[in-house]
Structure formats: structure tokens, C-alpha cells
Design a protein around this ligand. Structure first.
Ligand code: B1M
Length: 221
């Protein structure tokens, strides 16, 4: 791999955002994802190659380490922050249509539920895997989920729930989404959710963590 891309990939994996970022201490005073992405673009490397060869593999390594409990939420957040600093340079190419995303992923925490830390991690990892994210936020009504799917034909949807009480709202939203969009792929997750519950409510896939969600989407794209 190109040396610049290799360096950029390492920065994202270890959460080195930019030159002035003191984290991680071992990379203090070194350029970070922000500067290296700019340099890669200036060197003529395409945004698609930067994404496919540096950013996506870095986030995939992060997801695998998180699944194996080798890193924890703060490290994952720093990696996502580094990825976002790189995306500042890459996003304009998507907006201009010059570079294509792998698909659109709609995500939200179900009605009555305000927990969003896990949902945000999932959405950051999926964005890191090359998908466009439509984040509906927390306390999302079934109507809002339905409206978003209507506005983004072909999108995959993800519902998160952290409370046993809001699992019932997840069930309702999934049932109505399924009725309106029989072919829609529905992913569910959140601490109290299980594969058995997913199956019972008619969703397509349950993932206990962001990496599982990324792997599922990979099969679909
Ligand atoms: Co809340 N809360 N909380 N809380 N809170 C829990 C969930 C609870 C287990 C704490 C406890 O009692 N031990 C408990 C639920 C009990 C139950 O239902 N059985 C609880 C409760 C009761 C409440 C309130 C009712 C408290 C009250 O007011 N009496 C209240 C409810 C508010 C509401 O939602 N309506 C409440 C409020 C809050 C805060 C606002 C203070 C805050 C949320 C802040 C925020 O999210 N912005 C909060 C927090 C922080 C927690 C705990 C401590 C941490 C949750 C968290 O962020 N975990 C939590 C206890 C705990 O989990 N230890 C608790 C870290 C996060 C990375 O993990 O969200 O599980 P998690 O996400 C994981 C996976 O689940 C998965 O990937 C993530 C990364 O691995 N995942 C998905 C998540 N969504 C996914 C979607 C996918 C795929 C995977 O596909 C779409």
C-alpha cells in the first residue's frame, strides 16, 4: 500500500485526529488523519481509494478489536473522530457525486428511548464502512422511520433500544415498517435486544455490536 495511505490508516485506527491532537501520546506532535488526507488528495490519490484502502480497513480493525474487547468505547470514539476529520476533506466529493457510497443506512433509537451512545457508535462504524448515514436521533416515532424509508428507497434501516420498556416500541415500529415495505432490510440492536427477540418481531438481523452491523451490511452491498 502507498506509504501515505498506510500512515493515514494507522492514524485512524489509533485515533490520531490532527497535528495538534495530544492523543494517542505515542503519536504526539505527528501529523494526523486531517493533514494526511489533505496530502493524499493533493498527491492525486482518489477519495475512493483513500476510503477503500485507508479509512475503511482502519475502522474495520477498530471494530474487530472492540468485538474482541481489546479496546473500549473511548478508543473507538477517538478512531471515529479521526475518521471524521478525514471525512471533512472527502465529503465534498460525495456531495458532488464524483465518489459513490455503498448504500444508505437509516438509524434511530426507538420511541421513548433517549440512549444514543451505542447508536452513535454503530452509525459511525457504518459510515466508516462507506455508507451514507441518515441519523434520525433518539425517541424516533414509527411515522418518522416510515417517512425516512419513503424518502430513501433502497436504504437499509437500523433500530436501537436500550430499555426493556422500549423494546415494545421497537416491535411496533418493525411491524409497521415490514407492512409498508415488505422488502426492507431491518437491523436491530441494543443491550436488551437478542437474536431471539429479533426473530420474534420479524426484523432481519440482530447485531450485539457495531462490527456485526458492519458485517451484515457488507453482505448486502
Ligand atoms: Co439509562 N438505563 N436510563 N441513561 N443507561 C440503562 C440502559 C440501564 C441498563 C441502567 C441500569 O439500570 N443498570 C437501565 C435500563 C434497565 C432496563 O430497561 N432493563 C437504564 C434506565 C432505567 C434509564 C432511565 C429509565 C433512568 C431513569 O430516568 N429512571 C432513563 C431513561 C431515559 C429514556 O431513555 N427515556 C435513563 C437515562 C439515561 C441517561 C440519559 C442518563 C444516559 C443516556 C445518555 C445517552 O445515551 N446520551 C443513560 C446511560 C448512559 C445508561 C447506561 C449507564 C449506559 C448506556 C450506554 O451508553 N452504554 C446504561 C447502563 C449500562 O448499559 N451499563 C443505562 C454504552 C454503549 C456503547 O453501549 O448502548 O449497549 P450500548 O450499545 C452497544 C450495543 O448495545 C450495540 O452496539 C453498542 C456498542 O457495542 N448496539 C447496537 C446499540 N444499538 C445498536 C443498534 C444496532 C446494532 C447494535 O443496530 C441498529
Amino acid at each position: 500500500m502507498n506509504q501515505l495511505l498506510e500512515k493515514l490508516s494507522t492514524c485512524v485506527e489509533y485515533g490520531k485526529v490532527d497535528l495538534k491532537s495530544p492523543y494517542p501520546p505515542a503519536m504526539k506532535d505527528q501529523e494526523g488523519a486531517f493533514e494526511l488526507t489533505r496530502q493524499a488528495l493533493d498527491a492525486g490519490i482518489s477519495p475512493g481509494n483513500i476510503l477503500e484502502e485507508a479509512l475503511i480497513p482502519a475502522m474495520s480493525r477498530v471494530g474487530q478489536k472492540f468485538s474482541r474487547n481489546e479496546i473500549f468505547v473511548p478508543q473507538m470514539l477517538m478512531a471515529a473522530k479521526a475518521m471524521s476529520s478525514s471525512m471533512i476533506h472527502i465529503t465534498p466529493y460525495y456531495l458532488s457525486g464524483e465518489t459513490k457510497r455503498r448504500g444508505t443506512f437509516i438509524i434511530g433509537t426507538v420511541k421513548g428511548d433517549l440512549h444514543d451512545i451505542g447508536k452513535n457508535l454503530v452509525s459511525m462504524m457504518i459510515e466508516g464502512a462507506g455508507w451514507e448515514i441518515i441519523d434520525l436521533g433518539v425517541d424516533v416515532s414509527t411515522e418518522k422511520f416510515i417517512e425516512a424509508v419513503g424518502n430513501h428507497p433502497g436504504a437499509v434501516i437500523g433500530l436501537s433500544a436500550l430499555l426493556t420498556t422500549t423494546m415494545e416500541n421497537m416491535r411496533r415500529s418493525v411491524a409497521e415498517l415490514r407492512e409498508k415495505f415488505p422488502d426492507l432490510k431491518i437491523l436491530v440492536g441494543g443491550a436488551p435486544v437478542t437474536a431471539e427477540f429479533c426473530h420474534k418481531i420479524g426484523a432481519d438481523h440482530y447485531s450485539p455490536d457495531p462490527q456485526g452491523a458492519v458485517e451484515y451490511l457488507k453482505q448486502l452491498s
